[in-house]
Design a binder for this molecule. Structure first.
Ligand code: ARG
Length: 562
């Protein structure tokens, strides 16, 4: 139930719309001052009356209302105290009738492309990729939940001299069996070696550049090797990252695919006069926008990441006709995207204002933990394995005689990791301390999963109630706070969407679980009193529904038992 809306509809003020009233309500600083307050100062001018007079008139029109216990006038405000019993009744009976909330459909089928977790060939995903993937996947699910049609795009990093280096290294030192056996690890070793040697050996570097040139010319021998590396890399990220996260992409076309369109882009940039030659290179001067000078073609004729992104955006718009296109990357690409969007706009693409860059924070481990060989970051697959192992240990300790379920342990380990990546805010980095993140009693993913399992267990024990009781009433502050919190869920989803911020949902679920656990401890949910039992069960079912729904948006599973 939208309480603000219901209240606003009851207030009649000349020249003030229901929407304006909805936006005007505030939450008083303390509950003693009411559940909502309506400041009347903004209406005073149009009404040609002082705020207190307006407030008094509103307050007296609200007496004898079923939803309102009383309304008081204080210094130009109307303080509204809800009738807890009838409001709870409305909220719970709405839910009880349908067993779910009416879906929010602000997206109305609009198409949203989300470009995220774009990995590079021959790169084993590490913990930083883990967090950016989890964030992107959450944003995608949030949009879907709100009725948008989402296309998940993985813009594979598969173009550039670095891949010439990889192929060159394989031709020189590689071994087919070894790569077949060890996959991406063998490739990464080759890549590290060739980079080290190129530093000292200019001729080798030139050879690598030539190899990349052959790739650009689609030389079959070089391309067959590279396609093989690409397949290996994709298979590895899927296995180590996307499969555990149950994530799939709609589009895997990457830089190499879109490079076929860069000639057109350069042509357009030149003929429109946007790009100018500068010391053999082709550049777009964006100084007047505070965005520096963007190079779109190097003096040796090669294109850049930026050039390919221009071509990609244009082609994607042609193909998807998106209403919004979101890119999610680390903060280091901020300037890149600002330049990209500006250039697309200056090229006359009216849709450039549909593009949005979001910065994701990174999860990292405390110093020295798992940061494997050569200062590399911990691999996503290793950190998932460690978290799973820890969850196994905890489960065995808590219930030694229950049949052990490895899949559940992995879900709990992932729940701990995912929640850590999401809870502190989209663009903030956070440190992952396993012991804290997996604590069933802390502000963690497993705590939410555990609360969900607790609801499920209560409902399993519930008797079948035959009496039809429509009056739910309210008997304690704990249940009033809990019901009020449940009622906020859809507003929370909207806020998360407006702010593009998964942590809004994460924090809300912690608050909800806290209220529920207090309610669980303070009340006997199942008692001989049918009316109270029915009310408690409806609340429990509602909490379970919201936890399950919210956790699903975060990408965390909701176990029935834990
Ligand atoms: N592959 C890039 C990287 O690893 C991210 C790609 C982001 N998407 C884009 N369209 N530029 O940093």
């Amino acid at each position: 139930m939208n309480i603000r809306q219901e209240l606003a509809k009851k207030i009649k003020l000349d020249n003030v719309t229901v929407d304006e009233l909805v936006q005007s309500f505030t939450i008083p600083p303390s509950i003693e001052m009411g559940d909502f307050a309506l400041p009347c100062f903004a209406f005073a001018k149009a009404q040609r009356r002082n705020p207190n007079e307006i407030a008094s008139e509103i307050a007296s029109s609200l007496v004898n209302d079923e939803l309102i216990e009383r309304a008081e006038v204080v210094n130009g405000y109307v303080n509204i105290y809800l009738n807890k019993s009838t409001v709870t009744d409305k909220i719970l009976s709405n839910f009880a009738e349908t067993k779910e909330l009416k879906p929010l459909n602000i997206g109305d089928g609009k198409i949203v492309c989300i470009d995220f977790s774009s990995v590079n060939v021959a790169k084993n995903p590490h913990i930083g990729h883990f967090s950016s993937t989890v964030i992107g996947a959450c944003i995608a699910r949030l949009y879907e939940k709100l009725g948008f049609e989402v296309k998940r795009l993985n813009y594979l990093g598969d173009y550039g001299t670095q891949f010439g280096k990889l192929v060159c290294a394989y031709i020189k030192w590689g071994n087919r069996e070894d790569v077949q056996k060890r996959g991406i690890e063998a490739l990464q070793e080759l890549y590290i070696r060739v980079n080290a040697e190129c530093e000292k050996d200019e001729a080798l570097l030139q050879e690598c550049r030539d190899t990349f040139k052959k790739m650009e010319e689609h030389d079959p021998f070089v391309m067959e090797l590279f396609e093989w590396f690409k397949d290996l890399s994709i298979a590895e990220v899927k296995k180590n990252l996307f499969e555990p996260l149950k994530l799939s992409f709609d589009d895997w076309r990457g830089e190499q695919y879109y490079s076929q369109f860069t000639d057109d882009v350069l042509q357009q940039l030149t003929s429109s006069g946007l790009a100018k030659e500068s010391q053999g290179a082709l550049v777009v001067d964006l100084e007047q926008y505070g965005l520096g000078v963007a190079v779109v073609r190097q003096s040796n004729g090669t294109t850049l990441y930026l050039t390919r992104d221009i071509a990609t955006a244009i082609n994607r718009y042609g193909e998807y006709a998106f209403d919004v296109c979101i890119y999610i990357t680390g903060v280091e690409q901020k300037l890149h995207f600002a330049q990209l969007f500006k250039i697309l706009e200056l090229m006359g693409n009216g849709w450039a204002d549909k593009l949005l860059h979001l910065v994701n924070g990174r999860l990292r481990l405390p110093d020295g933990k798992l940061s494997s060989r050569k200062g590399n970051q911990a691999l996503a697959k290793d950190i998932i394995a460690v978290a799973t192992q820890k969850a196994c240990d905890i489960i065995k300790e808590r219930s030694p005689d229950k049949a052990f379920d490895v899949d559940k342990a992995q879900q709990i380990g992932l729940g701990a990791l995912i929640f850590s990546a999401l809870k502190s805010g989209m663009s903030k980095d956070s440190v992952f301390v396993l012991e804290d993140a997996i604590n069933f009693d802390g502000q963690t993913g497993p705590y939410l999963m555990y609360t969900h399992a607790r609801c499920a267990s209560v409902l399993r024990k519930a008797p079948v109630l035959t009496t039809d009781i429509s009056n739910y009433g309210i008997d304690s502050d704990a249940s009033w706070e809990l019901v009020g919190c449940l009622n906020k869920y859809q507003d929370i989803l909207l806020e998360a969407y407006q702010q593009k911020e998964p942590s809004v949902i994460a924090r809300y679920l912690i608050e909800l679980a806290g209220h529920f656990n207090k309610f669980y401890h303070d009340n006997r949910i199942l008692s001989d009193d049918e009316a109270s039992t029915k009310k408690n069960l409806t609340i429990t079912r509602f909490v379970k529904y919201v936890l399950n729904d919210g956790l699903a948006i975060l990408g965390i599973s909701s176990p029935e038992e834990m």
